[in-house]
Design a binder for this molecule. Structure first.
Ligand code: SAH
Length: 374
């Protein structure tokens, strides 16, 4: 029975994953932000991407290909050009990392019909961990006349020359966070306090092999983020492209230079949401550190172009012309819709500036379309 002199407390919205994590942490101790993020997004039953369809108007967030078909069409043209640049190989893998609802690939394939030899040479590989998202992708892409397979991770895609595209995949790869304390850098952990998940810092300092900014360049309380999973994936892409031939296009929101600052965030119903509340029910992501991805590519012996902003990339690929073409024979209301979509994906005030584009290439290929100065 509740005591009458105690104010009733708001019921917390817990999820099965939150309860599971609380039990685990109480038994074994705090877990890293990286492990928390991986579980919250990809837990086989309760993870965000495993248990719901997050993208689109009815989901929690939306993405460029979902906003405007022009995004995927221009990337399709970029891929056709890249295939030519590679010497038009008779067999190659067209790989998409984290394909969401399959919209980007559907738009790419519509444009690719312009070059039937490209489609004849392509074998599509969708790298997707979530069974639910795979189902959506299969529904949308089942009628295409190109071999189509799924892989759980990029390294499972068989060896062949490759063209790889990933939109908003790197931002959901787990990151570690480090906090500058009175005692020096400490890894930020997820702990339990009063029955709820809360942030804490590790007792021991990080290993000397973890590359962190020197303490005299930062202030107490500063956060530094490291995305080993993203850097490993960029290195793996670079390594394979170097030996097998081809190009990758990575598009995501993020920053050009490394630096301190917290970017970990959660989103639910298109609104900000507390990162530690009800894991599995909200999207969690972090800004991509493009400088580190670029370094990983160079260190593996590949070439990298960019990052450039999404707005300038799309402009250089001919966004304005494509908008004009699509609008030509359409009624006013459809024209307005096409223009509004193009504005959202390319305008500086919208997604045009915060989103960046990086290309990783096998050495010796020409500068990819969209990266040379206008
Ligand atoms: N590219 C799509 C979807 C972005 S959402 C678009 O632009 O609309 C992220 C996608 O990556 C989802 O399909 C999600 O299930 C998948 N994903 C998340 N983590 C992944 C991982 N580690 N490996 C492969 N796919 C992953």
């Amino acid at each position: 029975m509740s005591s009458p002199d105690k104010a009733p407390t708001e019921p917390r919205s817990t999820t099965p994953l939150e309860e599971r994590l609380i039990t685990l942490i109480e038994a074994n101790g705090a877990i890293s932000v990286e492990d928390y993020m991986a579980d919250a997004l990809l837990h086989p039953h309760e993870g965000y991407y495993t248990s719901r369809t997050p993208i689109g108007q009815k989901g929690d967030f939306t993405t460029s290909p979902e906003i405007s078909q022009i995004f995927g069409e221009l990337i399709g043209l970029w891929l056709l050009q890249s295939w030519e640049d590679m010497g038009a190989p008779e067999a190659f893998n067209l790989v998409e990392l984290g394909p969401g609802r399959g919209v980007l690939m559907a738009d790419i394939l519509r444009v690719a019909k312009l070059k039937p030899e490209f489609l004849k040479a392509a074998h599509i590989w969708l790298v997707e961990t979530s069974g639910r998202m795979r189902h959506e992708q299969r529904k949308r892409l089942q009628r295409i006349a190109v071999p189509l397979d799924w892989a759980d991770s990029y390294d499972e895609v068989p060896d062949a020359p490759m063209l790889v595209v990933g939109n908003e995949l790197f931002d959901c790869l787990p990151i570690r966070q480090f906090e500058m304390t009175d005692l020096g850098w400490r890894e930020r952990m997820v702990n339990v306090k009063d029955g709820a998940l809360t942030f804490s810092t590790a007792f021991a300092p990080p290993l000397a092999s973890v590359a962190l900014p020197t303490p005299d360049t930062v202030a107490i309380g500063d956060i530094y983020e490291l995305g080993a999973a993203g850097e490993n994936l960029a290195a793996c892409l670079a390594e394979r492209l170097k030996t097998l031939g081809g190009r990758a296009l990575i598009i995501d929101y993020g920053h050009l230079k490394s630096g301190v600052g917290e970017t970990l965030q959660a989103v639910k119903d298109h609104q900000p949401w507390p990162v530690l509340q009800s894991p599995g029910s909200a999207d969690i992501s972090a800004h991509v550190n493009f400088e580190r991805l670029q370094m990983a590519a160079f260190e593996a012996g590949a070439e990298a172009h960019g990052p450039v902003t999404q707005g300038s990339f799309l402009d250089r690929l001919g966004l304005a012309m494509r908008v004009a073409r699509l609008c030509a024979d359409k009624p006013q209301n459809v024209r307005e819709e096409i223009e509004a979509g193009a504005f959202r994906i390319a305008a500086t005030s919208q997604m045009g500036e915060i989103f960046k584009v990086l290309s990783i290439s096998a050495p010796g290929l020409p500068c990819p379309a969209g990266f040379s100065p206008l």
